[in-house]
Ligand binder design. Structure first.
Ligand SMILES: [Zn+2]
Length: 280
């Protein structure tokens, strides 16, 4: 005869003295109800897939060396050399000082130029090339919202940047550095179509931050390795809040001295990559 068990379940006392449980007590019931359903599993799997896709896209966009959308060059092919590169110029205030300094140290470098500045300082760009430096495209106006730009936006930014350089030096650049090192699938499609090679960096000086010249020099000389492409800034992107690169010019004197003492040659990307930086 069934008897009520503690907790609301039913049990029967068998002849051999054992107890047969007829229904589970109420305090056991939630266990089955708490087990994940198929829908919960599907949701968890979908969440993981979306999370992984977002993480991959974030890495592809923001990590300077990611080749998710397009291959990125971060080193040169000469082992006893370093490729210094300067972004966001030309600047009538800072670039001539930097060129003087590079000349004093017999150092070559590369400059990734903002097209709208090139249009105003063509003479300075010709001086870069005449003194053995490489110049590359860094968009027309380096707008930070460009990350969200579509095909027309990127086509215009890249085409106008290259046209400004072409007007200044009579050659068409084939090296491109994305603003802030950020890449998108749309931007990459335009770059491939126009035959560009994307240049990243292995070491960034963080000289757009309010660091002292000593701190910038210290960072570069401590971390630089043979073959590295190093990124600094001679110019000021239009959206910059601090308006000086004087500390970069000051730091360069120490950086160039240190590299020379270590036997590391400063080469342009044209020399370091052992292929033409121009499309002609
Ligand atoms: Zn830039």
């Amino acid at each position: 005869m069934p008897v009520r068990a503690q907790g609301g379940g039913e049990k029967r006392l068998l002849e051999d003295g054992n107890v047969l449980m007829l229904s589970a007590p109420s305090y056991c019931a939630p266990v089955a109800a708490a087990l994940p359903s198929a829908a919960w599993h599907a949701g968890a799997v979908a969440g993981s897939v979306v999370g992984a896709a977002v993480a991959t896209l974030g890495w592809g966009t923001f990590a300077v060396g990611s080749g998710l959308f397009i291959p990125v060059t971060q080193r040169v092919k000469i082992s006893h050399a370093v490729a210094l590169s300067f972004d966001d110029g030309p600047s009538e205030e800072f670039t001539p000082r930097l060129l003087d300094l590079l000349g004093e140290h017999q150092a070559q470098a590369s400059f990734f130029l903002i097209g709208r500045y090139v249009a105003k300082s063509a003479k300075l760009v010709r001086r870069m090339v005449d003194e053995g430096h490489t110049v590359g495209n860094h968009t027309w106006d380096h707008h930070r919202d460009g990350l969200l730009g579509g095909r027309d936006y990127w086509d215009q930014q890249i085409r106008l940047g290259e046209q400004a350089i072409g007007d200044a030096i009579g050659r068409c650049p084939r090296l491109f550095r994305p603003p802030l090192g950020f890449k998108t699938a749309t931007q990459a499609g335009v770059l491939r179509h126009r035959g560009y090679e994307v240049i990243g960096w292995r070491l960034r000086a963080f000289d757009t931050l309010p660091l002292s010249a000593a701190a910038i020099a210290q960072r570069v000389v401590t971390h630089v390795r043979p073959g590295d492409i190093v990124t600094l800034h001679d110019g000021l992107e239009p959206q910059r809040w601090n308006k000086s690169q004087a500390h970069t010019c000051q730091a360069m004197a120490d950086i160039l001295t240190d590299l020379r003492q270590r036997g590391l040659r400063c080469v342009s990307l044209e020399t370091g990559l052992q292929r033409s930086s121009y499309r002609d």
